[in-house]
Design a binder for this molecule. Structure first.
Ligand SMILES: [Zn+2]
Length: 328
């Protein structure tokens, strides 16, 4: 706590994150199912659940993740990076700011990188060498469109971790003082974008077919909500109204951990999030997630998921820096 109090004093963060922010409503990544293609089979039921819904974590949850991760970095992290906390927090939401349906080529190129529906992915697919081999592995399943129906989230995170590691190594070796600031800008920008996807991975809704109410075509013996507003109510409305940086910072473990196997750590976070799907739905049934209601249990749940994302993000940044010393 002493450590967190100290870093909070050094990096107080935006006053707005100590209370609710006003955020715009936006559309989510998942594309609308084409009329007539969303009824009947289990596959079609999955497609129906990919209808447009409001958006992930919302600006508040993303900014909180970026601030919390940056504020708890070790002092041995390069000073330019530790000094970029506000920028890293801003960037955490950027991939959602880029969404623009009027530019479909750009929009669809990255639309499916924000989630992974674990129920439909054979575990061995995660051993694929890269995202292309992963997609080839999914072609053996019944998924109509593997990238859309399963999602690309773990590979997106891993790709950015590796890029960040390489960029840190370039910075270490840079001999031209004119180039160093350019490399630093590249590092901060990519580290911020990495943070977006780590935050997504910590939200159980981004790891399941039940991303916006319990999915059609799946047994629902506990009577979980099927409302197609649940995604927005949890991660945007509820977080904006009830969760602040002060709720999340004390939940971060004080020590930074070095991650030696980034792929395993990323999958671990995703699986931990996925394991919380039933709990999320039970809390929704018992207390509800919405701007106008909160219980200690629902606040603790959301704060803990945001802390999990900040913890992982901080450790991935730190580990990329450490590992960069060993690569050419
Ligand atoms: Zn996202």
């Amino acid at each position: 706590m002493l450590h967190l109090t100290l870093v909070a004093a050094l990096f107080p963060g935006p006053a707005s994150l100590h209370g609710p922010l006003i955020s715009p409503t936006r559309e989510l990544y998942r594309p609308a199912c084409v009329a007539g293609a969303c009824a009947g089979s289990r596959r079609a039921a999955r497609a129906a659940n990919h209808a447009p819904v409001p958006q992930p974590w919302g600006p508040n949850g993303h900014a909180i993740t970026g601030w919390a991760a940056a504020m708890t970095l070790p002092e041995a992290m390069p000073a330019f990076f530790r000094g970029a906390a506000a920028q890293l927090a801003y960037l955490n939401y950027d991939p959602d700011r880029w969404r623009e349906r009027r530019f479909p080529e750009m929009d669809r190129a990255s639309a499916w990188e924000h989630y992974i529906d674990l129920e439909v992915v054979p575990p061995e697919a995660f051993q694929a060498e890269d995202r292309f081999a992963y997609l080839r592995a999914l072609e053996a399943t019944e998924l109509a469109e593997p990238a859309r129906d399963a999602g690309l989230l773990p590979f997106r995170i891993l790709e950015l971790v590796q890029r960040l590691t390489k960029e840190f190594s370039l910075w270490r070796k840079a001999s031209d003082p004119a180039e160093r600031p350019w490399i630093e800008e590249r590092i901060v920008n990519d580290a911020g974008i990495l943070g977006h996807y780590v935050a997504d991975a910590a939200n159980p809704q981004h790891t399941t077919v039940h991303h916006n109410g319990w999915a059609d075509g799946y047994a629902n013996p506990q009577g979980f909500t099927t409302e197609r507003t649940f995604h927005r109510r949890f991660e945007t409305d509820f977080v904006k109204a009830h969760i602040t940086l002060d709720d999340v910072l004390p939940r971060l473990t004080p020590g930074t951990s070095e991650i030696r196997d980034a792929r395993a750590a990323i999958l671990g976070l995703i699986r931990d999030s996925h394991a919380q799907v039933p709990r999320l739905y039970q809390l929704e049934r018992e207390f509800g997630f919405a701007a106008d209601r909160a219980a200690p249990q629902t606040r603790a749940f959301a704060a803990e998921r945001l802390a999990a994302s900040a913890r992982m993000l901080r450790d991935l940044w730190w580990s990329a820096w450490l590992r960069s010393a060993a690569i050419g």
